[in-house]
Design a protein around this ligand. Structure first.
Ligand code: HEM
Length: 172
């Protein structure tokens, strides 16, 4: 990434200043480290409290992954239950409960409210993830709810949504 940015600096030095490059590197480090470690901590905490989920995840791993290698990114599609554990953990404990502050660049209407230009808006993902009109038995840790789950709009959004959603979601 730094190599690409330095190449861009050669062609557009007025934009790709050292400060801009430092800022891009810094945001990647900040946005991509604590979020991941906290997500893992929550997932492990949830598993420690739900041995039945551990058993099911272990059975899936034993069936899908050969014993002679570690799980790799390419294996993820074969591990839907493990995916469901991550989804459920991030539903109950999103690591950025209010996402990042959003600043409206034009007057707009959100959920029937008029939001003037220049308003700082927080989206409460934590509350959306526990909205009783969207989720059943909403405080329970139930990875099964994500089996065959199809996203319906902004109901599960640990990575935000729309144009400013987390660009690191695939990596994460
Ligand atoms: C489990 C891991 C992660 C979670 C839960 C997470 C979550 C989020 C959330 C909630 C936002 C704000 C979105 C919004 O306000 O709508 C965000 C923004 C961002 N994330 Fe992540 N993130 C994760 C990992 C990563 C990784 C690995 C990277 C890159 C290496 C990354 C880079 C960014 C950047 C650059 C932004 C700002 C995007 C913008 O404002 O346009 N994130 N992330």
């Amino acid at each position: 990434m730094i190599n690409n940015l330095l190449t861009l600096q050669d062609s557009q030095p007025e934009y790709y200043t050292a400060d801009i490059i430092k800022g891009l590197v810094l945001i990647m480090l900040l946005a991509g480290t604590r979020t991941l470690s906290t997500s893992l901590e929550w997932a492990v905490c949830n598993l420690m409290n739900h041995p039945a989920a551990v058993k099911k995840a272990r059975e899936e791993l034993d069936t899908q992954i050969a014993r002679d290698h570690l799980v790799d990114e390419s294996d993820i599609s074969k591990l839907p239950y493990l995916q469901s554990i991550i989804f459920e953990s991030s539903r109950l404990y999103p690591v950025a409960p209010l996402l990042a502050p959003h600043l409206s660049s034009t007057d707009s209407t959100i959920g029937g409210y008029n939001v003037p230009v220049g308003t700082i808006l927080f989206a409460n993902a934590w509350a959306i993830h526990r909205d009783p009109t969207l989720w059943n038995d909403l405080t329970s840790f139930k990875p099964e709810r994500f089996e065959n789950w199809k996203s319906k709009g902004y109901t599960h959004m640990p990575f935000g949504g729309g144009r400013r959603a987390c660009p690191g979601e695939g990596l994460a």
